[in-house]
Design a protein around this ligand. Structure first.
Ligand SMILES: Nc1ncnc2c1ncn2[C@@H]1O[C@H](COP(=O)(O)OP(=O)(O)OP(=O)(O)O)[C@@H](O)[C@H]1O
Length: 346
């Protein structure tokens, strides 16, 4: 890992591994988080996200592998790097009967880098930054979950930060709280702070992140910009026809692995069977019983033009009553990558 690469990356890991006895919680993880990104670290429960974050923050040691944050090696340079990194890990724990402001003053006084002379001003600025000035003097137990989470982020913002690491910032929040935290993350990113957030909620990550890494059982299965990952999904051709067997034969002749879904409505425009096939020769339909293992999923190598398929169907005498090419959703792509369902609800 060179200094030049480190300069453009806020977080860089190579071969990062964490073993707990014989269990490999994080397995050979190489992450590249560009500066200025809102980076979603996505994965089902138990996939190694919190363990990774704990290693980044020096709360757990790596079994093997290297970490660089803000251009410097971790844990060797933790003392100079970590003061520039704000973190919210495993939910904030506050003194319930102290006000939000008093809680922040307490946390600040425990920080040996914090100057007491500027404490009140910094606490007020942090509360203002997360939109909690109006509730500064309310006891923390009277805060909603979203407010508590924002107070936790205010705590991470008591010092100027170049990087914020947030572990499941929307965990347990209602839709209103989720929106509050999402808007806050967006505005912090607009100010130039790099944000690294873990989540098991695809919908959350899709709404705010510029980049995503996907974990499955300790391993990284995808990493890139949201746009790249969307584009890598395999599109599906869908044909409505009363001749499904013939349509399947034609599609298979084009080396497209077609499946037939019987109509759910006996009447109306959807009353014909639906024949669908991934627009990539040889790929089984995502979610079909013949789908290959997650590791075998990869972006479509080459696609057949939709017009070629339509012409072949018509030429063979298939009565085409509906024809569409549908892009794979990120959800389908990630389920294919991890072999597990994601919580997509908020
Ligand atoms: N201290 C520990 N001792 C033993 N095993 C651990 C320890 N911490 C984590 N693990 C195991 O490592 C794996 C990864 O856990 P981790 O908490 O990093 O996952 P996660 O993706 O953050 O999941 P969650 O969202 O549920 O916290 C899990 O199987 C977990 O049981």
């Amino acid at each position: 890992m060179t200094d030049a690469a480190g300069d453009s990356l806020a977080i860089e890991t190579h071969g990062l591994t964490k073993n707990f006895g014989r269990q490999v919680a994080v397995d050979d993880l190489s992450l590249a988080v560009p500066r200025g990104a809102v980076f979603g670290f996505l994965g089902p429960n138990g996939s190694g996200k919190t363990t990774t974050i704990r290693m980044l923050l020096g709360l757990a040691s790596a079994s093997t592998g290297q970490i660089r944050m803000l251009g410097s090696a971790i844990p060797d340079r933790s003392r100079s790097v970590l003061p520039r990194v704000g973190a919210l890990v495993e939910g904030p724990a506050f003194y319930p009967f102290l006000s939000g402001a008093a809680n922040l003053r307490r946390f600040d006084s425990a920080d040996r880098h914090a100057t007491s002379a500027t404490r009140t001003a910094r606490v007020n600025a942090a509360l203002d930054r997360v939109g909690l000035s109006h509730a500064a003097n309310k006891p923390a137990h009277a805060y909603s979950l979203g407010m508590k989470q924002r107070l936790g982020i205010a705590n991470a913002l008591l010092q100027p930060r170049q990087l914020l690491i947030l572990d499941e910032p929307s965990n347990g929040l209602d839709p209103q709280g989720t929106r509050e935290v999402r808007n806050l993350i967006r505005s912090l990113a607009d100010d130039g702070t790099t944000i690294f957030l873990s989540s098991h909620l695809l919908a959350e990550v899709e709404q705010i992140c510029s980049h995503i890494a996907v974990m499955s059982v300790g391993r990284l299965v995808a990493q890139g910009t949201l746009d790249d990952l969307r584009a890598a999904g395999i599109a599906t051709v869908q044909v409505r026809t009363p001749d499904p067997a013939l349509a399947v034969t034609v599609l298979r002749r084009l080396n497209l692995m077609a499946d037939v879904t019987e109509p759910t409505h006996p009447t109306g425009p959807d009353s014909d069977p639906l024949v669908s096939a991934p627009l990539s020769p040889g790929s089984p339909a995502i979610g079909s019983p013949t789908a290959e293992s997650p590791a075998a999923s990869s972006p479509a190598a080459s696609s057949i033009a939709a017009e070629t398929i339509a012409a072949a169907l018509v030429e063979a005498g298939v009565r085409v009553r509906g024809f569409a090419v549908v892009g794979a959703s990120l959800e389908e792509r990630f389920v294919a990558l991890t072999g597990e369902g994601f919580d997509v609800a908020q």
